[in-house]
Design a protein around this ligand. Structure first.
Ligand SMILES: *Cc1c(COP(=O)(O)O)cnc(C)c1O
Length: 453
């Protein structure tokens, strides 16, 4: 029998996270204080994050120990299996081997608890009693709810209104894990009330929900804010995944030619690929591909610029690919990955051409996801389907070129709470959508006048 899965023993779980800042070939542009235009210091961030996480955010140590208490919780579902997608390979009939890391086996069903657990632990250790956060479709909100419950913290989640109404199940998961889930924009914050006054039936956006969650956290000394993607410490925590994968591939004597992940804020992609990026920086020939939607084409069509992380302009200015901080994706978009910006680490590596970004339209991604489900069985998160579309494209190229290729990608989560999006696809309600040039130009007005990296 041909092997399908590679497991690690629990004792083989990585004991340290990998920090790519130690190996960056060129310096990154620092986050700036929007008032002074100067780089932000740890004290500027202290009302928002606990100091132990701020230290991680700016650390350039290559290896950072994973605390015992975090490892203990990771072991509930980690190490996750590495799969070979033999059935999908057969369907594609191309000279490729396809490996995928299954992050859908965590309790909330995605990679997100890799950082949620760590963030809850560090906040608890710093003496914080409550975390406030935002969520789009609800994966992050549910992951943080579970993590807070495990470490005895209260959790408040501002959930983008349109998702709150259309996808009630993740809100229920949050309630089961003991959290409070509030539709955003809400009347609980200044930022929310301001939006509601202008647009009473606003569908909300991630940028608005972030503003609400930060305001809520900063107004309470015992509370801090928590972000599920984008920031350096979040990407750091996710590297447990790529480090496991390297051990698994080593066991079967395989090294990938291409590493692929879907990108919203960049965390699941970073988690898998950064340990391989380290190899690339030291000379390995490998391509690293980020897959994003054509309806939120941050890296493929946005500029590399300084921009705010949120709509109400409360965060520091981050140097990143961006569509402008007041960007709201078209309502017909069903595939997630809606954030207007991109992790500064990922943005920098794309700018330096160490990785590349490609965009896929939603019909393409659901087509790939349905083919996947009909061969490999697992129903992917709509976000994950972008990575699968990129795998299909790589396989087609390999076939055209007659070149053998080993493809590795991150199966970031399952889609069992996203079936309404599959229903829309299967009943022909989804359309192909590319952001029109005028719309991009309009969105980018938001960054006019900000400093340039
Ligand atoms: C949240 C999420 C993403 C996108 O976020 P990143 O920070 O870019 O990883 C992708 N896949 C799944 C399953 C998610 O839950």
């Amino acid at each position: 029998m041909k092997p399908v899965k590679v497991f690690l023993d629990e004792s083989e779980i990585p004991k340290q996270w990998y920090n790519v800042l130690a190996d960056m070939p060129t310096p990154m542009s620092p986050p700036l204080h929007p008032g002074t235009g100067q780089p932000v210091g740890p004290d500027d961030l202290a009302p928002v994050f606990p100091m132990n996480l701020i230290e991680q955010e700016v650390s350039t140590e290559r290896w950072i120990d994973i605390p015992e208490e975090v490892l203990e919780k990771y072991l509930l579902w980690r190490p996750t299996p590495l799969y070979r997608a033999r059935n999908f390979e057969k369907l594609l009939d191309a000279p490729v081997q396809i490996y995928y890391k299954n992050e859908g086996v965590s309790p909330p069903g995605s990679h997100k608890p890799n950082t949620a657990i760590a963030q809850a632990y560090y906040n608890k250790a710093f003496g914080i009693k409550r975390l406030s956060t935002e969520t789009g479709a609800g994966q992050w909100g549910s992951a943080l709810s579970m993590a807070c419950q495990m470490f005895g913290l209260e959790c408040r989640v501002f959930m983008v209104r349109v998702s709150y109404d259309q996808k009630p199940f993740r809100g229920i998961m949050m309630n089961v894990w003991g959290a409070n889930c509030i539709p955003s924009p809400s009347d609980k914050t200044e930022a929310g009330r301001k939006i509601l006054a202008e647009h009473p039936d606003s569908p909300g956006s991630l940028g608005i929900a972030i503003s609400e969650a930060i305001e809520d956290a900063v107004g309470d000394e015992d509370a801090r804010y928590s972000l599920g993607s984008v920031l350096n410490h979040v990407l750091l925590h996710q590297t447990v995944n790529g480090l496991e994968t390297q051990k698994q591939l080593e066991k079967i004597g395989v090294y990938p030619d291409v590493v692929i992940g879907c990108t919203g804020g960049g965390s699941n992609f970073a988690g898998l690929c950064l340990p391989f990026v380290r190899d690339k920086i030291h000379g390995k020939e490998i391509s690293v591909v980020a897959a994003e939607p054509t309806s939120c084409p941050t890296m493929t069509r946005g500029p590399f610029a300084y921009d705010f992380g949120d709509t109400a302009q409360t965060t520091p200015l981050l140097a990143m690919y961006t569509l402008g901080h007041d960007f709201v994706p078209a309502p017909i978009h069903a595939g997630g990955l809606r954030y207007h910006g991109m992790a500064p680490i990922i943005s920098h590596l794309v700018k330096e051409q160490i990785m590349e970004a490609r965009a896929y339209n939603q019909i393409q991604t659901f087509e790939a996801g349905v083919q996947w489900a009909r061969t490999e069985g697992f129903i992917s998160a709509p976000e994950t389907n972008h990575a699968i579309a990129a795998v299909v494209q790589e396989a087609e190229r390999a076939k055209e070129e007659g070149k053998e290729k080993v493809i590795l990608f991150n199966w970031s989560g399952h889609g069992l709470v996203d079936l309404a999006a599959y229903d829309a696809y299967l009943t022909g309600k989804l359309q192909q959508y590319e952001m029109p040039e005028e719309e991009i130009a309009r969105a980018l007005q938001a960054i006019d006048g900000l400093p340039k990296p």
